[in-house]
Design a protein around this ligand. Sequence first.
Ligand code: CA
Length: 235
Amino acid sequence: MKKVLVLEDEKSIRDFVVLNLSRAGYDIVEADTGERALELFDATPDIDIAVLDVMLPGIDGFEVCKSIRASNQKVGIIMLTAKVQETDKVTGLMNGADDYVAKPFSPLELIVRVDSLYRRVQMMKGEKDAPKTSDELEYGPFVLNTKSRRLTKNGRKVELTQVEYQLIKLFMEHTGSAFSREEIFKNVWGDSFSGDKHKIVDVNVRRLRLKIEDDASVPEYIQTVWGFGYRWGNE
Ligand code: CA
């Protein structure tokens, strides 16, 4: 189980972080003060990642970071900062943080950073369940080679446009994570494109489903998350 400690005193932000990391497959331990976070950290030996807010009513996030790091070198630590300022970065690095996410952040930004740090932590631990470092993403009958940009299903090549490749890569890199249409759009097309973003995403998902699903009218791999967006995975 991928376990994350979330320390944030503002309930609305904490709930947002917890919701999105849970959706991405993480098991969450939550704390609203630095003191509580340290207690929970000591009581929960299998925490992989700590997401720490900096500004807190009692001891601040940097103190928490320092204490955690003093007892544990392997855990990944991400600081949530109001604004990433150079002084914050230096203070954080001196206290042993691995990465930063500046507020306000989107669910995708958060998940991408946590996933990437989680992979680094697993690689450092050398655990056998660490994701492969090769260029291939695998899921069910699919193998996506991110170097040659080729997709196969049960060993047979599936022809993809560049957009379809970007879409399936986003999904396969984040199995089980729900992405909103806005997040998908931003990731695949960037910020520069204008037009009906939801429609563009829907049209391309429909086309991709026709190519990869056994029955595109009953999709098994690209799931619709009603009123939100899409999620990859049939579990
Ligand atoms: Ca705060």
